[in-house]
Design a protein around this ligand. Structure first.
Ligand SMILES: NC(=O)c1ccc[n+]([C@@H]2O[C@H](COP(=O)([O-])OP(=O)(O)OC[C@H]3O[C@@H](n4cnc5c(N)ncnc54)[C@H](O)[C@@H]3O)[C@@H](O)[C@H]2O)c1
Length: 448
């Protein structure tokens, strides 16, 4: 088989992808630990004071063609992504702190990293948020929009997006939710169709949370929307339909950073070797504002659902009952202020092997939540903008790589295995750029 550059069997046409001209605005609902660490990091990289460590769009390569061709460009040289110098940041937050004050309060970055970019961060001030304390009970903020109906509030968000675009002479805008985890909401009839959703907004139905209003406003303004929290938000039939109708890429839910990222690395390893699992106990301590919000059982329930789904989908107990039926899975988050953003996670994994003999794996992960999340925000923003220019719309399953609770089409099991997700991501880029898929078969190297 010969490799033909620039053609794919699926007929993708890179020439039809709009170029990344002009400036790209990145809006974050939420200007807390994750958002400020992300913004500060990008600015620091732009000034050659840091490296974009953890970001695939900035550091990873992608193999193209046969191994003998030795073609492995950087992803950013292969795919037309917006450049870091073309990014402009904006945010909404019920707490009026500018990005410098918020970053200092979050306590993730040290003074030596903040001081050189203090003016830049100080100039980023959050727009008034759509915020309702009933959905995030531990927070109280005064930088909040007023409106008679939820629809009024969402319309104000749309106006903010238009103003932000105009004021900064932007070509395009994307949004990444970096705000708090809301209380648990189950999909109901209010989320079933666009019509029902909009009617529910108009009658101030409780089933419509602030995060859904941001998602609706973004989609209406043609702004790709990425959901970094486990909130239902854009993961409803109504908003998926709206995104499809309006040709807007959406993705979610919940950034895959610390313990869950580790789970999606270790669990595929156990399954690949057909080793059994009796139980997996995860606990952690963290002391940032996110930890405080999650201290409320209603917000924790949203997070717990997101964290629990991972192992079942990877291990498939239905297919392997001898190995994975009825394993215990417990997830705890403990708010412990002295730890700040520097989370410590413990996993105790009870596994069994040949003839049923038990073994244990212990993981003690001293991580920094926002340091792990910031490059994910960057990649999601750049890839979603690229997807939009490439004509992609609706759920972007190829971005599952970045999420704990990946969204998938109705009736489809989400893919949780990090390595399958990585292959899917890279193959999507190859597909969109008209390159052949890599199957890793490799028999051709051994045929004389
Ligand atoms: N850091 C991680 O590793 C990680 C991983 C997965 C998910 N997340 C999620 O990312 C989100 C941000 O995390 P963080 O550590 O930055 O939290 P944070 O508490 O520091 O920041 C969240 C900010 O969102 C604001 N906010 C709350 N409701 C809002 C609304 N309706 N509109 C606009 N702003 C609103 C809060 O005032 C706060 O400033 C959380 O939902 C968290 O669960 C974080």
């Amino acid at each position: 088989m010969t490799h033909v550059q620039g053609k794919s069997s699926a007929g993708a046409r890179p020439s039809s992808i709009k170029p990344a001209t002009g400036k790209l605005g990145i809006l974050t609902p939420g200007l807390g630990a994750v958002a400020t660490t992300f913004i500060a990091g990008v600015e620091s990289v732009r000034r050659n004071q840091s490296q974009p460590i953890g970001s695939l769009t900035q550091m990873a390569t992608i193999r193209l063609g046969k191994r003998t061709e030795n073609r492995s460009p950087l992803i950013k040289d292969f795919v037309p992504l917006a450049g870091l110098n073309d990014l402009v940041f904006g945010a909404w937050d019920p707490i009026p702190d500018d990005a410098l004050t918020a970053a200092k309060k979050a306590g993730v970055l040290e003074e030596r990293d903040l001081q050189p970019i203090a003016k830049f961060l100080g100039d980023i001030k959050p727009m008034p948020a759509v915020f309702d304390n009933r959905y995030v009970t531990r927070l109280h903020g005064e930088n909040v929009k007023k409106g008679k109906t939820k629809r009024d509030l969402a319309e104000q968000l749309r106006q903010d997006i238009r103003d932000f675009k105009k004021k900064n002479s932007l070509d395009r805008v994307v949004a990444v939710w970096c705000a708090s985890t809301e209380t648990f909401i189950k999909p109901g009839p209010q989320h079933a169709t666009v019509e029902q959703f909009e009617k529910a907004m108009e009658r101030n139905d409780d089933a419509i949370a602030p995060s859904m209003l941001y998602a609706w406003a973004c989609i209406m303004e043609g702004v790709p929307y990425c959901n970094g929290a486990p909130n239902l938000a854009v993961d409803t039939a109504a908003l998926q339909q709206l995104a499809n109708d309006r040709g807007v890429p959406i993705s979610g839910k919940d950034f895959k950073t610390g313990q869950t990222w580790m789970k999606t690395v270790i669990a595929p390893g156990l399954k690949a070797r057909m080793l059994g699992l009796a139980g997996w106990y995860s606990t952690n301590i963290l002391g940032n504002r996110d930890g405080e919000v999650l201290d409320d059982p209603a917000s924790f329930k949203t997070k717990e659902e997101s964290k629990l789904s991972v192992l079942h989908t990877i291990l498939q107990p239905e297919a392997y009952p001898q190995l994975y039926k009825d394993f215990s899975h417990v997830v705890r988050i403990n708010y412990y202020p002295p730890r700040g953003d520097n989370k410590e996670g413990w996993d105790n994994i009870d596994i069994f092997g040949w003839m049923g003999y038990p073994m244990q794996i212990k993981v003690n992960f001293l991580c920094r939540d926002s340091i792990l999340a910031a490059p994910i925000v960057l990649d999601l923003a750049l890839f979603s903008d690229f997807a939009h220019r490439a004509g992609m719309k609706g759920i972007q399953e190829w971005l599952s790589f970045y999420y704990k609770s990946p969204m998938a089409a109705a009736g489809l099991q989400p893919e949780h295995d990090l390595f399958i997700q990585q292959t899917k991501l890279k193959n999507t880029l190859r597909h969109l750029m008209g390159e052949e898929q890599i199957t890793h078969l490799g028999l051709e190297y051994y045929q004389s």
